[in-house]
Design a protein around this ligand. Structure first.
Ligand SMILES: Cc1cc2nc3c(=O)[nH]c(=O)nc-3n(C[C@H](O)[C@H](O)[C@H](O)COP(=O)(O)O)c2cc1C
Length: 172
């Protein structure tokens, strides 16, 4: 699905999701897409701009995301055919979050164009031995985010959907 404008609504506690969001922004800009990064905590979800594509970028927290993020998503307005993508960062395991979100957004009238869960340094606990590996993890995360952004533009991104798992986890 082609788009020439995108607003990426993001939340980032310790910066990983902001790094990934900026990568998408750069790729979009280089390809002529007008793009803005907007903090979820500063925007009323009811006022999101539905005239272009929407990106939802957030960290995975306990296999879902923080209440602020979930609240933002749940309060998004209904629409008709607005393209939407998900960009999550995580330490390694998100379980059914992609499927949960896909279902919730389709119900509101959005068209899911792609979702990616990027592995970034996990921020559960600070640990010096982990810090040594962090630059490598971030570099890999950036590369995979670039690839995802390009796939979004070429229409080759996918979302993926695993029925059932999220129904157990989130009680949908
Ligand atoms: C309270 C808490 C819960 C987390 N839960 C998960 C989780 O369920 N799965 C996972 O892979 N990473 C989890 N993480 C790691 C973060 O998702 C990861 O470090 C993310 O990139 C942080 O993004 P940010 O820097 O934008 O806040 C958790 C981190 C915290 C602090």
């Amino acid at each position: 699905m082609k788009f020439d404008k995108a607003n990426i609504y993001y939340f980032s506690g310790t910066g990983n999701t902001l790094i990934a969001s900026r990568v998408v922004k750069d790729v979009f800009k280089k390809n002529g897409v007008k793009v803005k990064l907007i903090k979820m905590e500063k925007e009323d979800p009811k006022n999101v701009d539905l005239s272009g594509a929407i990106g939802l970028a957030f960290p995975i927290a306990v296999f879902t995301s923080y209440p602020l993020v979930m609240d933002f998503i749940n309060k998004l307005p209904n629409t008709q055919g607005t393209p939407v993508f998900m960009l999550a960062t995580m330490g390694g395991l998100a379980l059914g979050m992609k499927s949960y979100l896909k279902e919730a957004l389709i119900k509101k009238g959005y068209v899911p164009i792609g979702a990616k869960q990027i592995i970034m340094p996990d921020n559960f606990t600070p640990a010096p031995e982990k810090d040594k590996k962090n630059p490598k993890i971030v570099d890999k995360g950036i590369l995979s985010t670039q690839e995802f952004a390009e796939q979004l533009l070429s229409g080759k991104a996918n979302w993926g959907y695993f029925p059932i798992l999220h129904k157990f986890i989130y009680g949908l």
